[in-house]
Write a protein that binds this ligand. Structure first.
Ligand SMILES: *Cc1c(COP(=O)(O)O)cnc(C)c1O
Length: 506
């Protein structure tokens, strides 16, 4: 590895260069003092491993330093503003963390007898109650482990409902062009063909184009509301009525629920199912692929098909319906082992209880206010594809960069040097060179002002034609700009030991 910082060590201040753990390992070194294992006669029938296991040999301080240094290279919402659109990277209150670590919750095991986990089941039931209340929906499936799995849950329930009616002719799901990639992927995974609905010049579903697509071949529609352009779908009630009249079901992607909690109940809009990303709207930590939790609220029409297991409250306390009979007779099956992401349930409920209904409503209002503040201040120097105020995220396109030689990607890279995580780039796809900024309610006005000042400064620098500055950003990160195309085309996923001197000589 070449030395990117010109220091003797390759380190930069107290930010240390980090080799792979395998490169640091020394054969025979060990962080613990274990007795030799007793000799046993193998019963593996000759398939047992003969060579070394290949784990790196490290002392305990080496192992701890390795992971600590890696963690210091990780940017996080606890470190600074993370305006990633559609991800709702809001603050995770420490109270949540305290609640989830309480021994009675933290030490639970999903295989415990139901009689010993009555409190945990009551907690799931209480959270379910609030999710139903906030959405105005009669039922909720708690087990999905993420938004994308919630979508799978919802579309499987839609499929089961059509099949229960003996309707096997519905092969298509309609999805707007602006949808998150998980929407069409979910529909396709469930065996549906995906028909894209165009957006109108206001960034919403084109109602006429949508109505033309409806028919007896349509199983349902998947619409995100507020949508991924950060806009409320004003025609949502009419869309719901039209899809129902055509015999289809209405899936709402509720990942952007943070914009409307306490203000709009999706159940009043005519939707049949909607996933809620607990790890976005209700503050539980997320990123890097997990963990998540995506409960799905269901209309009365879809509730019978909910996945197993689910919690019910009877005369003898709480119990789990785990089999496809009785209350679970119509279920489409099981989505995952166990009942859902218990840790995320605890955090989400702690968030709800500590905010109260007035606090949750205020959080949504502040999220929308913050986004509109950013949109208004940046709208003076950047270009917005759609007119009017936004919901929880501000969307810009790259027209303000026309002729400058600077791209959306360059702006994002320069933002890193200024200490901000980039916004979402190039999504939604309906907007050219999109920059999608979601500040969330947890940022202060001072932070927003600093972010705005940086973005305005960058926009002005780009317009002045200083493309070279941008093409070399980021300058201050442990690694400079990577060749992402090459990395994707030729990924190096496997570490191989460097050849020994003898092997090299041979
Ligand atoms: C985040 C998101 C999803 C997927 O949720 P995961 O929990 O990441 O699986 C789906 N749709 C939209 C609009 C999202 O923002």
């Amino acid at each position: 590895m070449s030395n990117p910082h010109g220091t003797i060590t390759g380190n930069r201040g107290l930010q240390l260069e980090e080799k792979l753990i395998f490169e640091q390992g020394v054969e025979g070194r060990c962080g613990v003092d274990l007795p030799d294992p007793p000799k046993v006669k193998s019963r593996m029938g000759g398939v047992e491993r003969r060579g070394p296991i290949g784990l790196p040999g490290l002392s305990e301080p080496q192992a701890i330093r390795h992971y600590t240094r890696l963690s210091q290279k990780n940017f996080a919402i606890d470190a600074g503003m993370y305006p990633l659109g559609s991800c709702t990277m809001k603050h995770n209150p420490r109270l949540n963390e305290k609640a989830v670590r309480m021994p009675g919750l933290g030490d639970l095991h999903p295989m415990q007898p139901v009689s010993t986990v009555q409190g945990a089941l009551a907690l799931i039931d209480t959270l379910a109650h609030w999710l139903k209340t906030l959405t105005g929906m009669p039922a909720v499936a708690m087990s999905p482990a993420a938004g994308a799995q919630g979508e799978l849950c919802g579309v499987m329930a839609i499929k089961a409902a059509h099949e229960a009616k003996g309707d096997h002719a519905r092969k298509v799901i309609l999805v707007p062009e602006s949808a998150h990639g998980t929407n069409p992927a979910t529909a396709a995974a469930c065996g549906y063909a995906v028909e894209a609905i165009p957006a109108n010049e206001r960034g919403r579903v084109d109602l006429d184009a949508f109505k033309k697509e409806l028919g007896p071949h349509v199983a349902g529609i998947m619409i995100t509301n507020p949508n991924t352009c950060g806009l409320f779908e004003n025609d949502i009630v009419e869309i719901g009525k039209a899809v129902h009249a055509a015999g289809g079901y209405f899936y709402c992607d509720g990942a952007n629920f943070n914009a409307i909690v306490g203000r709009v109940r999706p159940g009043d809009l005519g939707i049949d199912c909607m996933h809620i990303n607990l790890h976005k709207t209700f503050s539980t930590p997320h990123g890097g692929g997990g963990p998540g939790s995506g409960p799905v609220v269901l209309s009365a029409a879809l509730a019978p098909y909910a996945p197993l297991p689910f919690v019910v409250h009877g005369p003898n306390g709480f119990r789990l319906v785990e089999e496809a009979k009785g209350e679970g007779a119509k279920t489409f099956g099981r989505l995952k082992a166990f009942h859902g992401q218990m840790g995320m349930f605890v955090r989400a409920l702690a968030y709800m209880m500590s905010h109260g209904s007035d606090g949750m409503r205020q959080a949504s209002e502040d999220a929308v206010l913050n986004a509109n503040y950013v949109q208004a201040r940046l709208g003076e120097v950047m270009t917005a594809p759609f007119p009017g105020p936004c919901m929880h995220e501000a969307l810009f396109d790259d027209r303000f960069l026309n002729g400058s030689g600077v791209s959306t990607l360059d702006i994002a890279k320069a933002l890193i040097d200024e200490g901000f995580h980039p916004m979402t780039m190039y999504f939604p796809l309906v907007v050219h060179g999109a920059l999608l900024i979601e500040p969330t309610e947890s940022e202060t006005k001072e932070t927003l002002d600093q972010f705005i000042a940086v973005m305005r400064g960058l926009a002005e620098r780009a317009k002045k034609g200083d493309a070279d500055f941008f093409h070399h950003a980021p300058r201050l990160t442990p690694r400079r700009r990577l060749d992402e195309t090459l990395a994707a085309r030729k990924p190096v996923l496997r570490w191989r030991p460097a050849p020994t001197e003898r092997q090299a000589a041979e």
